[in-house]
Design a protein around this ligand. Structure first.
Ligand code: PEP
Ligand code: MG
Length: 842
């Protein structure tokens, strides 16, 4: 056997260093060392002689093994697994021998480039088998190479240059065996996290690690077997390690098992909800205001539907393998992102999920079910059901809590093998408790007439929160605690003070019912007067418009007395479907909103996709900071066709002078100019002579600071306080840990809003369409800063109008300049509260 192995370029193309590949799984080296090529051709060729050991079902990746045992992964493009083979033709099959340069797969470069994240093709040494990479042509990064040119060289292992590296099975590691007894000091027993760490230690030190207890031997590679040992604090366990680094591995394992574990992550100061929870109460952040009493219902999304019976077992095993690989890939991407973002507790959970996914015992159990006739999806379901039952039966609370993680994995893998299921039924009038919800889950749940929502995760400006407010559905988020109350228990949800009280006594129930009746009376009175304009005590009339997702909500807004639609979030038309809506479909929805408002202004925001709002049919590059990436108006550079169809639908509306078009995520006036030019050209083509008004959102600090130049060319500005707060404070609006600090009343955010109003003065009006417009305290400050319009959830229009009528905006404005020098949002909030509560001097 040769002592060196040349790896040749599989295609003509431009060399890309692996760490420059825009995918953390490759860039971070998780899959191994290597290089990438941005291909100029349309066929990938074998980089060396070898046996094809794996071809992805989706044809995008091929692994081959050289005679020396080196395994090379040739991976066409990034995220190409999602193409499901479209545009790719596999030219080899597993088991086949290929010579260097033989074609492996052919692809339609245009189709793959358009539909995948990137064509950049990594070439990874997935299994070096002891071979050492001696030449890595990263210095050539950026240079063009020809197919067949040598781009990497590996040297054979020095100790056995003429022998193929041995696999574990062929020669178990006998080099050194070390044994040690350890008393378990983990208060919670051997649960998922330490089990995952044990497994990692074995992997890092390259040893076989076994745990022995009560004569049961368990291989540390199996997370489930480790956990199923049911080890508790005080148990004596024998550790056996085999391999060169056996002693080092045992030192680490002993430290792990014999030292008391650091506590489970507890809520940091930032995670502590705003209200103090009394005995028997749980606190959260108010995402949508309201008071309700109702039975608790724990919501768990239905499992995807999978066929019961399987096909040929070999086929089902392969399908299971593919699904596990796919889920593993997305977990690794999420893990790399969590690590980059220093979100260590999230990273640990993802690591545990990955370990579970890799667990040979779980896979064996599922394959056992496949052999008895189940489909891959059903087999995985049953294997994980069994595992969950075993964890629950241990009686260990921490292990039982991991069942939720297991269910998560169960769902993710089944989703790759089946179809989504319909929504579970929720009892009418229930208070729904869930870990988190997607926007589409919330929409479907809301249709079932539930009373309120409590989420363990989430933030007050997340899209779920926005949807809850739009429906007037009381909602608490970022509760941070797993709610363990029994199904059907009566509870009070006070989404004014941010408290959930399961099993209240009869006196509390009575008090709450009185408060509910009072607030309903107040709401009815507000609704009566909502049709009238809202004029402050010092004589300023503020337009109170509504934020809606489409025509149906626009009808509710008109009934609630909205002076117009201040924000129609058009992206809701594009979510939860297989492809983008047609021009006609869009026109129908926008026209319904215009019709509902009967000539009052309707602001339609062009598609705002990216970051937390993703479309399955529009894969965006997975980048480390999506909120700082391609989103909102930036999308048009790469997806002009979407803008084109949206503008066509908008220009077909009647009457056009009621329509206003608004652009999201604008960071400078150039974007507005380009869009106006596009709109004018299109209007010319369509024979539209009078253009609708064109405005921009002020959502990023640069737009606020340059408001004067934007206002000189825009017809209106609208401050998106949700994003403006996120970008000003550099706090993710979706991060529950930061939700309590993400305060629009932070002096920095207020200063930017002030700059916006001053920049626009005399040029164009300024509105606010972020959540702050309906925050009873913040809205007063916004008006005092000089904004002309507030746009709020339809159900909040009456209350906002009522509170504006109580406000002396001029008097508040006199206080403001001093408040802009305060330390933080909480201090501003305190001052504001005292000022608003002080008796009015006539
Ligand atoms: C905002 O950012 O305040 C806004 C209204 O836009 P969205 O919440 O849809 O991002
Ligand atoms: Mg926004």
């Amino acid at each position: 056997m040769a002592s060196s192995l040349d790896i040749k370029a599989p295609v003509d193309g431009v060399l890309v260093a692996l760490d420059a590949v825009p995918d953390p799984v490759f860039a971070g080296g998780t899959l191994g060392e290597g290089l990438a090529i941005d291909p100029l051709g349309n066929t990938l060729h074998a980089p060396c002689d070898g046996e094809i050991v794996h071809c992805a079902r989706t044809a995008h990746a091929v692994t081959l093994r050289s005679t020396g045992g080196v395994e090379l992964l040739v991976h066409l493009g990034l995220d190409t697994v999602n193409l499901d083979g479209a545009g790719i033709e596999l030219l080899v099959e597993a088991g086949q021998w290929v010579e260097a340069g033989e074609p492996l797969l052919r692809f339609d470069a245009d189709q793959v480039a358009q539909q995948a994240m990137s064509l950049i093709t990594p070439l990874i040494i997935a299994e070096p088998s002891g071979w050492r990479l001696t030449s890595l042509d990263t210095q050539k990064s950026g240079e063009t190479v020809r197919q067949g040119e040598v781009i990497m060289r590996l040297e054979a292992p020095a100790a056995s240059p003429n022998v193929a590296p041995e696999s574990d099975e062929a020669s178990p590691r006998q080099t050194q065996e070390v044994t040690r007894d350890v008393i378990l000091a983990l208060a919670a027993g051997l649960h998922a996290r330490p089990a995952a760490r044990l497994r990692a230690i074995a992997h890092e030190q390259d040893v076989d690690l076994e745990l022995v207890h009560d004569e049961t031997h368990v291989d540390a590679r199996s997370l489930s077997r480790l956990m199923n040992m049911g080890l508790v604090e005080g148990d004596r366990v024998t550790l056996i390690a085999r391999g060169e680094c056996a002693t080092t591995a045992l030192d680490a394992a002993e430290r792990l098992l014999s030292e008391a574990e650091a506590d489970e992550p507890v809520a940091s100061a930032a995670e502590v909800p705003t209200a103090e929870a009394g005995a028997g109460q749980l606190a959260g952040l108010v995402a949508s205001q309201g008071l309700v009493v109702g039975p608790l219902h724990h919501y768990v999304a239905a499992l995807p539907t999978v066929p019961q019976a399987g096909d040929d077992p070999a086929h089902e095993r392969a399908a299971l393998g593919e699904a596990l690989e796919k889920v593993g890939h997305s977990l690794k991407t999420a893990l790399a992102q969590a690590k980059r973002g220093a979100r260590s507790s999230e990273a640990e959970i993802l690591e545990a999920h990955l370990a579970w996914l890799d667990d040979p015992a779980l896979r064996e159990a599922a394959e056992g079910y496949i052999d008895s006739g189940r489909s891959a999806g059903q087999a995985w379901k049953e294997a994980l059901d069994d595992e969950a039952a075993r964890l629950q039966a241990t009686g260990n609370k921490l292990l039982a809590a991991r069942v939720a993680d297991l269910r998560d994995l169960q769902r993710q893998v089944m989703a790759c093998l089946g179809t989504a299921s319909s929504m579970p039924q929720v009892p009418a009038g229930a208070i729904v408790i869930a870990d988190d919800l997607t926007p589409s889950e919330l929409t479907a749940l809301a249709a079932q007439r539930l009373a309120g929502i409590c989420l363990v995760a989430g933030g007050t400006t997340s899209h779920v929160a926005i949807l809850a407010r739009a429906r007037g559905l009381p909602c608490l988020v970022a509760m941070g605690t797993v709610l363990e109350s029994a199904e059907g228990d009566m509870a009070i949800l006070d989404a004014e003070r941010g408290l959930l009280e399961p099993q209240p006594d009869s006196a509390s129930l009575e008090t709450m019912r009185k408060r509910i009746a009072e607030s309903e009376r107040a709401r009815d009175a507000d609704r009566e007067s909502a049709k009238q304009p809202a004029t402050t005590r010092d004589g300023r009339t503020i337009e109170v418009c509504a934020n809606v997702a489409g025509g149906a909500e626009a009808t509710l807004a008109a009934q609630d007395g909205a002076d117009g639609i201040g924000l129609l979030r058009s992206e809701f038309l594009f979510l939860d479907r297989e492809s983008a809506p047609s021009v006609d479909e869009q026109r129908g929805e926008y026209q319904a909103a215009l019709d509902a408002l009967g000539g009052k202004p309707v602001v339609v925001r062009t598609l705002d996709i990216g970051a937390d709002k993703q479309l399955s049919y529009l894969p965006l590059p997975s980048v480390a900071n999506p909120a700082l990436g391609v989103r909102g108006i930036r999308l048009w550079a790469s997806h002009a066709e979407l803008l084109e169809s949206q503008l066509r639908a908008l220009l077909a509306l009647q009457p056009l002078d009621a329509l206003r078009i608004m652009l999201p995520m604008v960071s400078g006036v150039g974007e507005l100019r380009a869009l106006r030019q596009r709109l004018e050209t299109l209007a010319g083509e369509l024979g539209v002579s009078r253009l609708p008004q064109l405005g921009v959102m002020i959502e990023v600090p640069s737009a606020a600071l340059c408001a004067a130049s934007l206002a000189a060319e825009a017809d209106f500005l609208s401050v998106g306080t949700n994003d403006l707060t996120q970008y000003t404070l550099a706090m993710d609006r979706e991060d529950p840990g930061l939700a309590a600090q993400l305060d629009v009343l932070h002096p920095a955010v207020l200063r930017l809003i002030k700059t916006t109003v001053e920049g626009a003065a005399g040029r164009c009006p300024v509105g606010v369409c972020g959540a702050a417009a309906s925050d009873p305290l913040a809205l007063a400050v916004l008006v005092a800063l000089g904004v002309d319009e507030l746009s709020v959830e339809p159900s909040r229009v009456p209350a906002v109008k009522a509170s504006l009528r109580e406000l002396d905006a001029g008097a508040l404005a006199e206080q403001l300049s001093a408040w802009l020098d305060l330390d933080d949002g909480a201090t501003v909030r305190e001052r504001l509260k005292s000022w608003l509560e002080a008796p009015v001097v006539a």
